[in-house]
Each structure stands twice: as structure tokens, then as C-alpha cells.
Design a protein around this ligand. Structure first.
Ligand code: AMP
Length: 214
């Protein structure tokens, strides 16, 4: 199964994509994760992306299209994938169509995870990442812990620079200006499945799975 997960930053795309990836047995392709890995490794791309990501802006389209081309060319993407965080501009959406055509991909689903903006800002500001394994937690989940429950790294929780309030506000503005048009683009081409992203993780995932089965 091929899925494009669409939604504002912090709506839960990453969390849902990980669960879907293991339930459907297809790779989770997160452009944010790919960039963060490059930042951690301090590659040329990483150094360039870091400054842009810390402001909450978008990395240039040509770079992102190159990254996704390379990733979709890998053998594990042949049978399916969950795209999380791509496309984020109309130019990326058009490039993805072209890439799908080249790869002979005709069937894919677009899932839009929807949530109220204030709820999203609150959520982002309340989340912490582990600097060792990258897993995201809510403050409640790690209350009183000094070790990451996922990888056991000690004192590894941090607030991502791009989850700080002023950066979140900018990410929301960027989302409205540059990424919302992607939803209009897909609405005009195919049936977009809209899922309410407010609620607990399992319930949101159940509604995605049951809609996919229909
Ligand atoms: P995410 O983890 O998906 O929220 O992405 C974190 C950051 O990586 C974004 O705020 C952007 O700076 C950058 N990024 C991720 N995916 C893209 C993309 N498709 N186009 C441009 N920038 C991206």
C-alpha cells in the first residue's frame, strides 16, 4: 500500500506513520527524519538544512525532490511506503506525480490528518525528543524519568528547536501558505481521506485503518 500522509506539523503524522508502517509492513519515509539524520551527521546537506529547520522554514524544493527520488528508488519502497512530510509544496507534489509516473505507480492514497491549530501548538510545545533514538514523547509520558523508555539513553530528552513556540508559529504560517495548496492539489485529482487527528493515538489509528479497508 502507498500512502501520502498529509497534515500540519504536530498533528501526529509521524506517530501514525510509524504504526501504519509496522501494521502494513511498508517503510515509513519521513523527510524530517532524513534531514535530522543529516544534521546529526553534520553532512553538507545537514549543515545547510539545520539553519532552515531551526527557523521553521522549508528546505528548498530541488533538494527535497532529490532526497525523495533517491529514497523511492530503494528496493524496500517497491511494494509500498508511507510518505510523511512530503510533498510540502505544490512544486514537490507535481514532481512526485512525475516520479510516480516514471516508477509506474498508479495507485496511492492521500490521508489528511486534521486538527485545530491551537491544539497543535499546545501539543508541539509539550513534546520532547530523545537525542539518541529520535523518539518523540509527551511531557506526561516521561515525567520523572531520567532514561529514554525506548533506547535507555540517559538524560536524553530535549525540546526540538523547531518545537519552540515562536518557531511553531512560523511553521504554522509556512504550512498555511505553502503546504495547504498541496491539499487543494490532491482534492482536485483524487479522493482525499480526512481523519480527525484529535483523540488518543490508537483511536486515530483505528479510524485510519478502517477507512483504508473500505
Ligand atoms: P517534520 O519532522 O516533517 O516536521 O520536518 C521538520 C522540518 O524539516 C520542517 O520544518 C522543514 O524545515 C524540513 N522539511 C521536512 N520535510 C520537508 C519538505 N518536504 N520540504 C521542505 N522542508 C522539509
Amino acid at each position: 500500500m502507498r500512502i501520502i500522509l498529509f497534515g500540519a506539523p504536530g498533528v501526529g503524522k509521524g506517530t501514525q506513520a510509524k504504526i501504519l508502517s509496522s501494521k502494513l509492513n511498508v517503510p515509513h519515509i519521513s523527510t524530517g527524519d532524513i534531514l535530522r539524520r543529516s544534521v546529526k551527521d553534520q553532512t553538507e546537506l545537514g549543515k545547510r538544512a539545520q539553519v532552515i529547520m531551526n527557523r521553521g522554514d522549508l528546505v528548498p524544493d530541488d533538494i527535497m525532490i532529490g532526497i525523495i527520488k533517491e529514497r523511492l528508488d530503494k528496493p524496500d519502497s517497491r511494494e509500498g511506503f508511507i510518505l510523511d512530510g512530503f510533498p510540502r509544496t505544490e512544486i514537490q507534489a507535481v514532481a512526485l506525480d512525475k516520479l510516480f509516473e516514471e516508477l509506474g505507480i498508479k495507485d496511492f492514497k492521500v490521508i489528511n490528518i486534521d486538527a485545530d491549530e491551537n491544539e497543535i501548538v499546545k501539543r508541539l510545545n509539550n513534546r520532547r525528543a530523545c537525542n539518541s533514538c529520535g523518539k518523540i514523547f509527551t511531557l506526561e509520558q516521561i515525567k520523572g524519568l531520567n532514561k529514554c523508555p525506548n533506547c535507555n539513553a540517559k538524560n536524553s530528552f530535549y525540546l526540538r528547536d523547531d518545537d519552540k513556540e515562536e518557531v511553531i508559529r512560523n511553521r504554522m504560517e509556512v504550512f498555511k501558505a505553502s503546504t495547504m495548496p498541496v491539499l487543494n492539489y490532491y482534492n482536485s485529482k483524487c479522493d482525499v481521506i480526512t481523519i480527525n487527528g484529535i483523540g488518543n493515538i490508537e483511536d486515530v489509528n483505528d479510524s485510519i485503518i478502517s477507512t483504508l479497508k473500505k
